[in-house]
Ligand binder design. Structure first.
Ligand code: IFM
Length: 451
């Protein structure tokens, strides 16, 4: 007979944390309000051709004003945690100096409202909206940006540390460094591999300095780093493709976790690229400041094949076509890839705890009936990936929680609002929120009814 008891877990361990995630630039809007300074994304969006149809985050989901409704949606979803990011330019409009009280107050009100509803605030300190003044002074290619980040982090710890128990320093530093400085897809839009490598080092240094500041400030709670690792599969069993797959994983995974866990940069990477990574004495010890957990953002698993080294494939591999079903982003839907990447990390680095800090899918949810947004593809995506999480746990992976990306349809960077990841749809004109079927599916999963 099927069980109907209260306190079901849907096959997840007791205490497993269920959450939902967003980020500041993607949802807040209110770009010039209450003293917020401009960020590199405000400027990038204004450069012709950078963002689809010239869209920007000036209004986004207007969550800066509509946050009470968003908190209500989170509460009705039943989640135990909400992962949001603090916009650095709200706290320090120029990226340095004393705090802008009005900006901090916004996050303070949000944290209070979440706690009142039993939702733990998980704060990301950096989700890509670097203050423009720092961007103009070299952004992440400038070593000084790492020190500015640690100062900013200390301000936020001081303001919210009495209510926030979980902090993450950087979100997906691979994107900040490589999409921002090498591929030209994200702000600041450079195409310079050496600049990307410098940025990677300074991002890691910023992470380490912020962890040190957290520890030396005596703040209670836990702190970690969020990466978007990859374990691509080789297109064929040929040794060259196997080697290509291994190399492709390094830039997304080992480049970040090796130094964070005290192993320095991966040797082959260092041999090929080390000259461009300006580590000074003591940097690697700072970067290795102990973390409490690692966050994994997972969306897809690629296939890669060996390719002659060239500016387009500097590390000697390229993405290989697959027959796999794809989301609107063109990303392969591979739920078991999540199990693989979690297992790879747990088996390769001494991570005390892992969290899936983002997972979700973009689909065009057009079909509506009786006021409901039908998104069967997204429901299937979540079902498959939650099953993969369960599998990873039964493999022995210390997976402690899962955050769906994202609560709301929001500003998807270079795609503007043309790609929608939300459990809740947001009308682009009225900003009206409407839960999709995936919202109710996820609510049931959180409640332990994941069949
Ligand atoms: O929307 C992004 C998010 O900002 C970072 N991780 C990937 C998501 C989907 O592309």
């Amino acid at each position: 007979m099927p069980s109907t008891e209260i306190g079901r877990s849907g096959g997840f361990p007791d205490g497993f944390l269920w959450g939902c995630a967003t980020s500041s630039y993607q949802i807040e809007g209110a770009a010039g309000v209450d003293g917020r300074g401009p960020s590199i994304w405000d400027a990038f969006c204004r450069e012709p051709g950078r963002v689809s149809r010239g869209q920007n985050g000036d209004v986004a989901c207007d969550s800066y004003r509509r946050w009470p409704e968003d908190v209500r949606l989170l509460s009705e979803l039943g989640v135990g945690a909400y992962r949001f990011s603090v916009a650095w330019p709200r706290v320090q409009p120029d990226g340095r100096g004393g705090p802008n009280r009005a900006g901090l107050d916004y996050y303070s009100r949000l944290a209070d409202a979440l706690l009142e509803r039993g939702i733990e605030p998980w704060v990301t300190l950096y989700h890509w909206d670097l203050p423009l003044a720092l961007g103009e002074a070299g952004g992440w290619t400038a070593r000084d940006t790492a020190y500015r980040f640690a100062d900013y982090a200390s301000i936020v710890y001081g303001a919210l540390g009495d209510r926030v128990g979980h902090w993450t320093t950087l979100n997906e530093p691979w994107c900040s460094a490589f999409l921002g400085y090498e591929h030209g897809e994200h702000a600041p839009g450079l195409r310079d591999r050496n600049a990307a490598l410098r940025a990677a080092h300074h991002l890691l240094l910023a992470h380490g300095l912020a962890v040190e500041a957290f520890r030396s400030g005596g703040h209670a709670g836990e702190i970690g780093l969020v990466i978007n690792p990859a374990t691509p599969r080789p297109a064929t069993r040929r040794p060259a493709d196997l080697e290509a797959a291994r190399r492709a994983s390094v830039e997304r995974t080992g480049l970040w976790l090796d130094p964070v866990f005290g192993r320095g940069y991966p040797a082959p990477y260092l041999a090929a690229r080390g000259a461009a990574m300006p580590a000074l004495d003591g940097d690697m010890a700072t970067i290795a400041a102990p973390v409490d957990f690692v966050g994994v953002n997972y969306y897809n698993e690629d296939a890669v094949a060996a390719a002659p080294a060239s500016p387009a494939s500097p590390d000697g591999y390229r993405l290989a076509p697959t027959s796999t079903e794809k989301t609107e982003m063109g990303w392969d839907v591979v739920p078991q890839g999540l199990r693989r990447v979690l297992g790879f990390i747990a088996g390769s680095w001494p991570v005390g705890a892992l969290y899936v800090t983002e997972n979700g899918a973009a689909y065009a949810d057009t079909e509506e009936s009786a006021g409901r947004v039908r998104d069967a593809d997204r429901v299937a995506y979540y079902r498959g990936h939650l099953a993969a999480c369960r599998d990873a746990i039964s493999d022995g992976v210390p997976l402690r929680g899962y955050f769906a990306w994202s609560l709301l349809d929001n500003f998807e960077w270079a795609h503007g609002y043309d790609r929608r990841f939300g459990l809740v749809s947001v009308d682009p004109r009225t900003l009206e929120r409407r839960p999709k079927d995936s919202y109710y599916f996820y609510r049931d999963a959180v409640a332990g009814y994941l069949e």
